[in-house]
Design a protein around this ligand. Structure first.
Ligand SMILES: [Zn+2]
Length: 374
């Protein structure tokens, strides 16, 4: 379900009880979809102890703290062979972020309402692990943002992506950002990870605070547009009050979809009158065409691999989500099924369908890289 993770910069999730269904999405799609596509909410601030954990993620110097779940750069740590991937594998040299949506007290969407037996956050993680296996077998390095039932805010996630990209740009020999600028950005991302909430006044957005982008963030986004050997996939499942809606949808961001939604939320939602929230001009500079392309290839490959996931709702949707919007990598949010649909619930508990989903996602990444000269 889209809601939480899609939190737009201007629409932080207010603390809610874990099973939050009350938020209205930020983007007007077909009426019946919106109100209920809000299920995967309930991002509540944990604050906390995550910083040390995530900050140690990509640097070899500091040993991995063991306080909470440890996202792992799968394939690189546990087999020397993995660091020397076979040259002829289709995804060799590619890095793929797998973001299992929700986690911790944030269940995402659930079914039934009381005493739920279907909890989105668990399926997201299961599908992410299955997909990780498929991708690694194809030579990719996989970074799992969440590897257990931990809460991770919708700003801590892009902050982790930014820290990785700053290191990766160096590895690729890209023109470095001015030292003071890079230091400011790193501190801002570490703050978002440390705070790990949606409380603006607590600094939850770090360097990403406000609508549009600051000059610092624009410099970072422009360096990330040059990184094309890394993509970001956010794994979710949907919900709607109309139980007949079913199947797989891809959500992606464009300049237009973000600006329209930010303008509306700043106008309508008092939350954005927070003095710490900076209102800027809309940002027109995103490399969003590759988001659409990746969405297309993923949708085709997934429904090819699992025809039962063909949807009766729009296949590709432009929208606005913090976990996609706040960084410059090619990125997509995959809403694989509707937890509100009985047939889709059966599919979610069918190992074979999960495996076909994972194979389809991996194949979609191959199609994307075969069709983009990267
Ligand atoms: Zn969700």
């Amino acid at each position: 379900m889209r809601k939480l993770h899609q939190r737009i910069k201007t629409d932080p999730v207010r603390p809610e009880t874990p099973r939050s269904r009350s938020r209205s999405s930020d983007k007007k799609q077909s009426g019946s979809l919106i109100p209920l596509m809000l299920v995967c909410l309930a991002a509540l601030s944990v604050g906390g102890i995550l910083t040390a954990h995530f900050l140690g993620l990509f640097s070899d110097s500091s040993p991995m703290p063991t306080t909470v779940s440890t996202p792992v750069l799968i394939g690189s740590s546990d087999s020397a062979a993995a660091s020397a991937p076979a040259e002829n594998l289709p995804l060799t040299g590619k890095t793929i972020f797998l973001d299992a949506g929700h986690g911790g007290y944030d269940n995402g969407c659930i079914y039934p309402d009381s005493d739920p037996t279907y909890v989105e956050k668990d399926f997201n993680l299961q599908i992410a692990f299955e997909t990780q296996e498929e991708l690694e077998a194809l030579g990719a390095k996989v970074i799992m943002l969440r590897t257990d039932d931990s809460f991770l805010s919708i700003y801590a996630r892009p902050a982790m992506v930014h820290l990785f990209c700053l290191d990766h740009a160096e590895e690729l020999g890209m023109e470095p950002l001015p030292e003071d600028l890079e230091l400011r950005l790193r501190e801002g991302m570490e703050e978002a990870i440390r705070v790990n909430s949606e409380d603006i006044s607590a600094g939850c957005m770090g360097a990403m605070v406000g609508s549009g982008f600051s000059e610092d963030m624009i410099a970072l986004m422009e360096s990330e547009y040059k990184i094309d050997d890394v993509i970001f996939l956010s794994i979710h499942n949907n919900w709607n009050s109309d139980p007949s809606l079913h199947g797989t949808q891809m959500y992606f961001v464009t300049d237009d979809s973000i600006i329209k939604s930010e303008e509306r939320l700043i106008r309508e939602d008092p939350y954005y009158s927070d003095p710490d929230y900076i209102v800027r001009e809309g940002y027109w500079g995103r490399e969003w065409e590759r988001n659409r392309l990746l969405s297309r290839f993923l949708h085709d490959a997934i429904t090819e691999s699992a025809p039962e996931l063909e949807p009766n709702v729009p296949e590709l949707v432009e929208d606005n989500f913090a976990v996609l919007r706040e960084h410059g990598l090619a990125s997509v949010m995959l809403e694989l099924t509707f937890v509100s649909n009985p047939e889709d619930r059966d599919r979610l508990t069918n190992e074979q369908v999960i495996r076909k989903m994972a194979k389809g996602i991996a194949q979609g990444c191959i199609y994307y890289y075969n069709n983009t000269n990267s």
